[in-house]
Design a protein around this ligand. Structure first.
Ligand SMILES: [Zn+2]
Ligand SMILES: [Zn+2]
Ligand SMILES: [Zn+2]
Ligand SMILES: [Zn+2]
Ligand SMILES: [Zn+2]
Ligand SMILES: [Zn+2]
Length: 394
């Protein structure tokens, strides 16, 4: 008894785990009509349609997957009905509904009646009711079938149940497994469907069709791999190009800095040289000016002295002897002569100084103007290293 209870608890835990796996993360209930999105996450059809409707009301044309947040375009008409159905989740939901509603009635695959399902038959590959299980035991055709009570099912049993063959969904075909694929209608069908609904259609066995389909997928996967490699190569090329471009730009920048610094250095040297020359010239002129000033001062003193002497001689009643007159006259003449001789040089008139830049300086100025013109008229894109190299200051 204790063992049976323990097993029952194991199965409940298993059912609980499957229930979690089959849960739609939009409504937190077992998924219904699970539709697979591009990101491979699945949700109930009605949940997706509801979200699409809400999004469209807000003027959006996309919804976001609640699991991975990738955006999903809302199909035309605002419904996800045509999206691929998750076969696996459908099966899982079917098992979960049997597990959780063991008191509720469901349709027994064997007797087609609404009953409480009790067991799973691994030969019939269906859940069956208690009466059908009893019947299975004594019927000569089914007494060897392997049946297991639902509460005794193990994890590996569920795996087999999920992967059991698909049955036809057409009315009255429910005991026929899907064995064919119609290439014209793109559906899997049973042998009754072939005769009744797909007469003269291009039909192939499911196994063969899926082999072919697998080959097609493999082919496409190969193509995708090639395309991906090409894309990656392009991305790498672009990245390398970007690095090269950046290096090129920084080389140009360095070149510009270097040339401008050289030019500044040369201009500074030129400035120092010219200012030193100007300073010398100024000093020379200043010395000449001072000398002239001194000469003028002594001449003034001399003239004033002679004038005073002359006036004194004239106003003195006791005139000197006539012989002295001659000497005085000679001295006056000498003083006046000196004045006359120096007449031209007396006015201090410094030469006018002009600044004419030498050829090297003029070249630098011209280059700077040329580069400015270059920057003004060209975009940086067109500014090649060659253009920069023309602006070499030598
Ligand atoms: Zn849902
Ligand atoms: Zn997703
Ligand atoms: Zn039954
Ligand atoms: Zn059976
Ligand atoms: Zn069918
Ligand atoms: Zn068909």
């Amino acid at each position: 008894m204790a063992t049976a209870q323990a097993e029952g608890t194991d199965t409940s835990a298993l059912f609980e785990r499957l229930r979690k796996e089959a849960e739609c993360l939009l409504c937190f209930r077992t998924v219904e009509e699970p539709k697979v999105l591009r990101c491979h996450h699945s949700f109930c059809l009605k949940c997706l349609n509801k979200r699409a409707m809400e999004a469209e009301k807000e003027g959006k044309s996309e919804i976001n997957c609640i699991v991975c947040h990738s955006s999903v375009k809302i199909p035309r008409g605002g419904r996800f009905d045509d999206h691929r159905t998750s076969f696996y989740l459908n099966r899982l939901a079917e098992i979960v509904s049997i597990g959780v509603s063991n008191s509720k009635t469901q349709i027994c695959w064997n007797c087609n009646e609404s009953k409480t399902l009790q067991s799973y038959c691994f030969e019939c590959e269906h859940f069956i009711c208690r009466a059908c299980e009893e019947y299975h035991k004594w019927d000569s055709l089914t007494h060897s079938h392997h049946t297991v009570l639902i509460r005794d099912l193990k994890e590996q049993d569920f795996d087999r149940i999920i992967r059991r063959p698909v049955m036809c969904e057409q009315k009255n075909h429910n005991k026929q497994s899907v064995e064919f694929y119609c290439h014209d209608c793109k559906v899997c069908i049973c042998k009754l469907c072939v005769d009744e609904l797909h007469d003269a259609h291009n039909i192939e066995g499911v196994e063969k069709a899926s082999e072919q389909s697998k080959l097609n997928i493999m082919d496409n996967v190969q193509k995708l791999k090639t395309r991906l490699a090409e894309c990656e190569e392009e991305v790498e090329k672009l990245q390398k190009g970007a690095v090269k471009r950046e290096q090129n730009m920084s080389a140009i920048e360095d070149e510009i800095h270097k040339n401008v610094e050289e030019a500044i250095l040369k201009l500074k040297l030129h400035e120092q040289e010219v200012l030193a020359k100007l300073d010398n010239l100024g000093n020379e002129q200043q010395s000449a000016f001072v000398a002239q000033q001194e000469r003028n001062a002594s001449r003034l003193t001399m003239l004033k002295d002679f004038l005073a002497y002359g006036e004194n001689v004239l106003s003195n009643l006791s005139l000197p002897g006539l012989e002295e007159h001659y000497t005085i006259f000679k001295q006056f003449e000498q003083a006046l002569d000196v004045d006359d001789d120096d007449d031209d040089d007396d006015s201090f008139n410094p030469p006018h100084v002009n600044y004419v830049p030498n050829k090297e300086f003029a070249d630098i100025i011209k280059s700077v103007a040329w580069v400015k013109l270059l920057f003004d008229s060209l975009t940086l894109r067109n500014l090649s290293l060659m253009a920069i190299s023309q602006w070499k200051l030598k």
